[in-house]
Design a protein around this ligand. Structure first.
Ligand SMILES: *[C@@H]1O[C@H](CO)[C@@H](O)[C@H](O)[C@H]1NC(C)=O
Length: 366
């Protein structure tokens, strides 16, 4: 029986190799990977309304430099595990903004190979034919030696640190960018977030949570070292989530904040000053100097706790951005047949079409 199955599977593989010569290897997803090819439906065409500032976006996909001043810049990282989330996130931004032609996406992929930038460009172009974007490759070596292992392994992914390098990666003509995680949905006009002012010399804006116990983000060793703890002297630092940030790249570049973050990561390598991954260096550098944006722009925690099957509900009040931070992701819970209520909010933005794809393939094979 086993031998028979093995032979059968081998024959199917050979047939599929013959039918899909260029695609054959990639059409079988890697263990945790998502197959990039032909897996997403084309999104509806979202176009500018009449009141939009004119944009020189000519939809030369991947070619426009993005230096036009009327553009709204959004940066996201893309990896195979979260690709489905990223596509839904982009979809949500375009669906709810009044001027979709003025949005420019900067997609960062890692050079470790989980997503090939050419595959990504093809997939984005076929899913969002009108979208202006550029794909960048993040060299993981830049941070690999700076990362010390954290309590949750998913947080050690070098790509999580790419947000600290946006000022270097993006063209110097890009003066401001909104960084977004991949497990989010924007259900309001992103233009409103884009227009928040960063007062004084503030470099980043994000919703702050001042009732969270800030002490617990750092170790006792950190707080007991007066020289280190001095970083918060005269400040009232609050927790903020780095999954949604408005970043002033001009001030960032001037103040060389990337190096400031790296310096803290170097200290962490020698002395255990915090537990979590890429967040604490941001808290150390910006805590107390963050422009507090309305909480509606980051309803985080919808992924639930690290406890399996724990569901969260959306807090009362206005919501502009939903964020499935935490361990559970809506696409995984929907697929598993045990979704949380909040996951049904995510489903309408999902563009993934695995079933059609595989059915088509099976029909062709037969
Ligand atoms: C905050 O957390 C620290 C460290 O876990 C703890 O010692 C302290 O009592 C907490 N403070 C409050 C107000 O809960």
């Amino acid at each position: 029986m086993f031998i028979f199955r093995l032979v059968f599977v081998t024959i199917i593989n050979i047939i599929s190799l013959l039918i899909f010569p260029t695609d054959a290897i990639r059409s079988f997803p890697a263990e945790n990977g998502l197959d990039l090819s032909l897996e997403f439906s084309k999104a509806p065409d979202y176009r500018n309304g009449v009141k939009c500032p004119s944009s020189a976006n000519n939809h030369g996909v991947g070619l426009t430099s993005g230096c036009n001043p009327s553009l709204v810049h959004i940066a996201m990282t893309i990896d195979s595990e979260y690709l489905r989330g990223s596509m839904a996130a982009v979809h949500s931004v375009l669906k709810h903004t009044s001027c979709p032609d003025n949005i420019f996406f900067h997609f960062i992929v890692s050079d470790s190979g989980s997503v090939n930038p050419d595959d990504l460009t093809r997939t984005i172009s076929s899913t969002f034919p009108l979208l202006s974007f550029r794909a960048y490759v993040f060299r993981e070596n830049i941070v690999r030696d700076l990362i010390s292992s954290s309590i949750r392994q998913a947080l050690d992914n070098p790509l999580n640190y790419a947000r600290s390098y946006l000022a270097d990666l993006l063209d110097p003509c890009v003066k401001r960018v909104i960084y977004l995680d991949s497990d989010i949905l924007v259900i309001d006009d992103i233009q409103k977030l884009w227009e928040v002012s960063l007062t004084g010399s503030r470099v980043i804006g994000a919703p702050e949570y001042c009732r969270a116990n800030f002490t617990k983000y750092f170790s006792a060793e950190f707080w007991s070292d007066a020289e280190l703890a001095e970083v918060f002297a005269g400040k009232t630092p609050c927790y903020f989530n780095t999954g949604v940030m408005v970043m002033d790249l001009v001030r960032w570049r001037e103040g060389d904040y990337t190096r400031k973050i790296e310096n803290w990561m170097e200290i962490q390598k020698e002395r255990r000053i915090y537990e979590l991954g890429s967040l604490p260096p941001f808290l150390l550098v910006f805590g107390g100097d963050v422009e507090g944006i309305d909480h509606r722009w980051n309803q985080h925690g919808l992924g639930g706790d690290n406890v399996v099957n724990s569901c969260r509900t959306v807090h009362p009040g206005p919501v502009s951005l939903l964020h499935w931070s935490g361990k559970g992701k809506p696409w995984a819970r929907l697929d598993s047949g045990a979704p949380c209520q909040v996951d049904f909010l995510w489903a309408p933005y999902d563009l993934y079409k695995p079933h059609n794809h595989h059915q088509q393939k099976r029909r062709q094979i037969i």
